[in-house]
Design a protein around this ligand. Sequence first.
Ligand SMILES: Cc1cc2nc3c(=O)[nH]c(=O)nc-3n(C[C@H](O)[C@H](O)[C@H](O)COP(=O)(O)OP(=O)(O)OC[C@H]3O[C@@H](n4cnc5c(N)ncnc54)[C@H](O)[C@@H]3O)c2cc1C
Length: 289
Amino acid sequence: MERIYNSENQFTNWKLEGRGEGFPIECRAVIDASGVSGAAAKFLDMGGDIEVIAGFQYELNDVPNDGYLDFYIWPKYSPHGYVWMIPKEGGRANVGLVTTEKKGALKHLEDFIEDTYLNDKPTVNPPWRTKGGKVRPFGGTIPISGPRTTTVGDGILLVGDAAGFTSPLFEGGTHLALWSGREAAVTLASAIKDGDLSGARLMAYEKAWKKRFPPYHKILKGKTALYELSDEEMSAMARCLPNELGNMSPLDKAFIGLKILVRRPLLFTKRVISVLLSFGYSRAKFFGW
Ligand SMILES: Cc1cc2nc3c(=O)[nH]c(=O)nc-3n(C[C@H](O)[C@H](O)[C@H](O)COP(=O)(O)OP(=O)(O)OC[C@H]3O[C@@H](n4cnc5c(N)ncnc54)[C@H](O)[C@@H]3O)c2cc1C
C-alpha cells in the first residue's frame, strides 16, 4: 500500500499492489474491513497491536430448537469465557466456547458436550466443508484488547474487527462492524465530496465511534469483576435478575439492587454493581454482547 502525495505534500490517492490481474489498483481511499487480521494496519504499521481470544465450535445434529440459544458462564468448561448452543434450521446447532485458556480449550468443549443434554447428539462437519473428512471444530480469533489506538489516517479508515471493535464483555462484534462500516462510508462520501481525504478530515469518523460506542473501560471493569465471582456467587446474582433484561426501567434496576442487598449483601463487596452496569452498557439491543 503506497500513498501518493501531490507537490504540496497533500495526500491524493493510493497505489495498491497485490496478486491478480487487476493490480496495481489506484484509488482515492481505503476502508479496511479485513477482520482480525487487520491487513492495512499491518502494512502501514499503524501501531496499536490487538490481543485476541480463540472461539470455536462444533456443528451438532438433532438438537431440539425452542427458538432460543443457550448461553452458559460456566468456568469449569470455559475459564474466563462462556459456552453457547446456537440452534439453526433442521435440528442443526453450533455448540462452542471462548476462553482465555490456551491449552485444553477443545477438551473443555468436548467435555461440555459429553456432560450435558448434548451428549448423544451427532457431531458433524458444517455443510460448507468438503464432505467425508474428519469432524473438526471451526471458528477463529476475536479481538479482546479494545479499539486500535489509530483507526484513521490519510485516505484510510479501519472498521469492524480490523479496528478492534468488539464488545469487551462477550466479544460480540457484528453490530459494531456493521455500524462502523456504515459510518466510515458516510464520512468518506462527504470527504470525497469536499475533495479532502486527509487524516485530519477523516477524524470525524473516529470522533463519531468514540461518541457512539459503549464505554469500553467501564465494561471491561465489569467483566473482570464478573469472572472474579465464584460459580455460586454468579448463580446468586443471576437469581436476582428478571427473565427479560431488555427493557428495564430505572425502578426495575433499583429493585434488582435491593434484592441483592437483602439476599446476598456481601456481593456488593465483589463489585457486582459494575457487573450489572456492564450488562447494561453492552446490551444486544445496542451493540451486541
Ligand atoms: C467463533 C466465533 C463466534 C462469534 N460469535 C459472535 C456472536 O455470536 N455475535 C457477534 O456479534 N459476534 C460474534 N463473533 C465476532 C464476529 O464474528 C466479528 O466481530 C465480526 O464478524 C467482524 O466483522 P468484520 O466484517 O469486521 O470481519 P470479518 O467478518 O472477519 O470479515 C473480514 C473479511 O475480510 C477478509 N480478508 C482478510 N484479509 C483480507 C485481505 N488481505 N484481502 C481481502 N480480504 C481479506 C476475510 O477473509 C473476511 O472475509 C464471533 C467470532 C468468532 C470467531
